[in-house]
Design a binder for this molecule. Sequence first.
Ligand SMILES: Nc1ncnc2c1ncn2[C@@H]1O[C@H](COP(=O)(O)OP(=O)(O)O)[C@@H](O)[C@H]1O
Ligand SMILES: N[C@@H](CC(=O)OP(=O)(O)O)C(=O)O
Length: 615
Amino acid sequence: MPVVVQKFGGSSVATAERIRAAARRAIRAKQAGNQVVVVVSARGDTTDDLIQLAHEISEQPPAREMDMLLATGEQISIALMAMAIQSMGEPAISFTGAQIGIRTDSFHTKARIREISTTRIREALRKGEIVIVAGFQGIDDLNNITTLGRGGSDTTAVALAAALKHDPTTSDPTERAVGCEIYTDVDGVYTTDPRLVPEAHKIDEISYDEMLELASMGAGVMHSRSIEFAKKFDVPLMVRSSFSDAIGTWIVPEAPWMLGVSVCGAAIAKDEARILLDGLPDRPGVSHRIFSTLAQVNIAVDMIAQSLGEAGKAAIGFTVMRNEMSLATAKLQPLIAELGGTIRTVEDVSKVSIVGTGMRTTTGVAEKMFAALGQEGVNIKMITTGDIKISVLVDKAEGAKALRAVHQAFKLSENRPGAGAPTSENAAPFSLSDAMNPSSKGAATQTTQLIMQRLSSMEAIVVSGVELTVEQSRITIHDLPDRPGHCSRVFEAVAQSGAVVDMIVQNLTGSDRAELSFSVPNSDLLAALDSTRNAVRDIEVTARVTGDADMAVLFVHGVGMRTHTGVAEKMFGALAAQGINIKLINTSEVCISVVIEQAQGSQALAALKACFNLA
Ligand SMILES: Nc1ncnc2c1ncn2[C@@H]1O[C@H](COP(=O)(O)OP(=O)(O)O)[C@@H](O)[C@H]1O
Ligand SMILES: N[C@@H](CC(=O)OP(=O)(O)O)C(=O)O
C-alpha cells in the first residue's frame, strides 16, 4: 500500500477542534487506500513559550536541557493526535523521535539527522495503524534528546518520507510509493509572505532550488533543510492549507519552463546582523581561518563579501543571524587580534532577496531590483548574488518597504507561468499519485545507488559539482558614497553598454563608503569599464574605478551549501593550501562562488575536485 506522510504545523494543531480536523484528514487519506504517517509540531506558540520559560529560569540555558524542554511540545501534540484519531474509531499510535529511531548528531538545538530506522514505523503501518511521529526531535549516540532547530518538523516529515521511499527493508514497490504533504495555515507557498505583502500571489509549482533559496532567505513557510532532503532523495512535496481542500504548491525538480521565469518570489530575513572584519592581511588562508572558527561553533554565515585588498589589507563582511552575533564576535576576537584587524558590527539589518531560475539566463534583473529600491529611497548596505538569487542588506526599519518595492517591480502579484497561469508542461495539475508514481512527472532524477549512499548519512552535505569559468573580468568601484540609488545608476549604465553582469558583491568599508565589485566576460570589459567610469564620475569624482581582466570564477554547486557551515571552510581551506588568494566570494544555499586569478584556475579546480571527491 502507498504511504502518505502528512505534516501538521503548530498552527494546525493549536486547538482541540483543529487537532480533530487534522485527525479527520489523516483518516480520509487512510480510507483512500494509503498507509498514513502523521508528523506534528508543538501546538501554537508552545515552543516560543517554552523558550521564554527557560530564560526566566536561566540567562543562558544549557543546550542539552533546552532540548529536553523543547521536545516536550511535540510530545503533547502526538499524544493528543493519537487520542483524536482513536476516538474516531481508527487505530493510531504515537512515537517520539527517539522511539522511532531518528538518530542525529549531538549539536543540541540544531542537530542534524544521521539516519532513520523504518522498522517500527513499518510494523505499525502493516498492522493498519496510523503512525504519529513527533517532529523536530531526535536522539544522539549517547541517547540524549536533540532538536533540529526552529521549524524542524518539516525536516522530520520529509526525512521520514525519504527514508520510507528508499527503504532497503522492503521489496514491495507499493510500500515505496511515498507522497508528502505539508499542512499549514496558508494554502501554499506565496510569491512572498502574505502577512507582509497582502497582494502576494500563490505559486502552483516551484523548483527545489528556488524553494531552498527562498526558505533559507527567510520564507518561513518551509524549513530549508526539509527541501534539502526532498531534493537529495527525490521526494516531491506539496504545501497546502489544513483549513481547505484547495490544491497547494508543488515543490518539484526543475522543469524547462522555469527558465522563462526570472523572478518567482521574494523573501525577507528580518533579524540579521552584519559583521565587518577590516584591516586583514590580504593573503591566502585568512578567510579559511575566519570561517573555520565560525564553523566550529556551527554558526551559518551568509552574504559573505570580501573587499579587494589594497595596500596589502583586505576586509571581509558577512551576515549572521542576530541572535548568533555575540557568539560569533566572541569566537572571532582572538583571531582578529592576532591578524591585526578590527571587528565592527551592525545590528538591526534585514536581508531582502529575490529568487528565480530564469535569472540564470536573463540579464538586467539586478539592475531592476536596485532601481526599485533606489526609487523608494532604500539604501543598500551590502549585495551578494547567486546563480538564482540576489540579496541585499538594508536597515531593518526599511525592510518591509524594500520587500514591497521589489515585489511590485517584478509584478509578482500578477498571473505568470507557475503562478496562476498554466504552462504547457504543467497544464494537467500534478497530483499526489503522480508524486507517488516513480514513472510520472515526479520521476527520480538520481540513481538508486547514489541515493542509497546518501541514506547512510542522511543530512550530510552533498556537493554535486565544481565548475570553472575563465576569461572573466572584475570591475571594482572604490569609495562609492553610501547613498540610495547609486547601485542602480551604475548597473543601468553597464546594462546600456551591453555588458552581461554576473557576480555582484557590495561591501561597506570605511564610514559612509561602499566598495562595489562585479564580474563581466573579458570581451565586455572595456565597454563596461567605460560606462562605469562615466556613471561614477556623475555620482562622485573621488570614487575610483579599477578593472582586472583574466580572472576566473569557480562555482561549487550542491545542496545546503550555506547551512552546512563546513562547506565554505573546506573550500577556502583547499584553496589556501594551494596558496590561492580569493578576490571575491559569493554564497547561496545551492552554490558558493569565488573569483580568483585565471592563471590559478585549473590548479584551483583540481584542488576543489579532490577536496569534494568529485571525478
Ligand atoms: N513565501 C511565503 N508563502 C507562504 N507563507 C509564507 C511565506 N513566507 C512566510 N510565510 C509565512 O509562513 C507562515 C506558515 O509557516 P508557520 O507559521 O511556520 O506554519 P506552521 O505552524 O504550519 O509550520 C504563513 O502563515 C506565512 O505568514
Ligand atoms: N515546534 C518547533 C518545530 C516546528 O517545526 O514548528 P512549526 O511546524 O509550527 O513551524 C518550532 O516552533 O520551531
